[in-house]
Design a protein around this ligand. Structure first.
Ligand code: MG
Length: 308
């Protein structure tokens, strides 16, 4: 098993979409540039949902068109339907993510569709994206727990993932949407996915640090052989289901953990901290991630590194 880990950055999309402070398009573009400077090679840039649904990302077209994209970086965008896909295509996208969940209650509340209906809606989207030769990811949210129905059977999350893979997605990403997951669940879910025939290199995890378990969950995922983890620089996004609490795992915390664990990932801690401070400044608040506050650590000298 490779020691190389992919860090899939979700700050510009999943992070910012949950932030109340409006961020200017040029600021988002600069944030994305800083993330690429830091060595991130997959940066989920924005979302082509209806502009009225997420005002923060209503500038998706302008942002993507104006971005100075680098050939070595993938910039997936969230696309809910064919209308969003057409907008993404016009703006020059070449990678998409589609979004469903393991529970009908969650998709009904979020996108007004059952899981089945959401998957049916993706069929033409994923077909068209395949024709265009785009990379495709499918999210399975609430894979570890649902804010409306509680406990989620991991077999159900795997079943939804299999349906997305049958529609041609390159990768499925299991999300702990409300940050309730623990390592034993990660092991169980990964085991069921492997048993169902899903290759490890087509599985990603999206953990939230709402209850402090995100890095423990990453460790369990790594031990189970998964090599792609989502993170949000600066830990932006919060948790809509627990106002004031942490949401997305912060990229700088993940980078620290992987560096100290001897896992290769190609991302520079100092660069991530620069980007974290930049976006926190734009949002008018300090960086609240663990490493954002404590800094990294230089084992040669014992000193903290990269503190503001
Ligand atoms: Mg998230």
């Amino acid at each position: 098993m490779s020691e190389r880990v992919r860090i899939y950055e979700v700050g510009p999309r999943d992070g910012l979409q949950n932030e109340a402070v409006a961020v200017a398009t040029a600021t988002k573009a600069r944030f994305i540039e800083l993330l690429a400077d830091a060595g991130l090679r997959e940066i989920e840039a924005t979302s082509f949902v209806a502009p009225s649904a997420i005002p923060q990302l209503a500038d998706a077209d302008r942002l993507l068109e104006g971005l100075s994209r680098r050939p070595e970086v993938r910039y997936p965008v969230l696309v809910p339907n064919l209308r969003g896909l057409a907008r993404a295509e016009a703006a020059g996208a070449d990678a998409i993510a589609v979004f469903t969940a393991a529970t009908d209650a969650f998709t009904s509340a979020n996108i007004g569709m059952t899981v089945d209906e959401s998957i049916a809606a993706f069929v033409p989207v994923l077909e068209r994206a395949a024709e265009l030769g785009w990379w495709r990811r499918g999210y399975v949210s609430t894979a570890f727990g649902c804010p409306y129905t509680g406990r989620v059977d991991p077999a159900r999350a795997v079943e939804v993932a299999l349906r997305l893979l049958a529609l041609g997605v390159d990768e499925v990403c299991f999300g702990d949407t409300i940050g309730v997951g623990v390592p034993s669940q990660v092991r169980r879910l990964t085991g069921l996915a492997i048993d169902a025939g899903i290759p490890l290199d087509r599985i990603a995890f999206h953990f939230h640090d709402t209850r402090g378990t995100a890095l423990a969950d990453v460790a369990a995922g790594l031990e189970a052989g998964v090599r792609c983890f989502d993170a949000s620089t600066g830990g932006t996004g919060g948790c809509p289901y627990a106002p004031g609490a942490a949401g997305n795992l912060a990229t700088e915390d993940l980078v620290y953990f992987l560096d100290r664990s001897g896992m290769e990932h190609g991302v520079d801690q100092a660069g991530v901290l620069d980007a974290a401070r930049f976006i926190a400044g734009a949002l008018g608040r300090p960086v609240t991630s663990k490493v954002g506050q404590a800094g990294g650590w230089d084992p040669a000298s014992g000193a903290a590194t990269g503190r503001a």
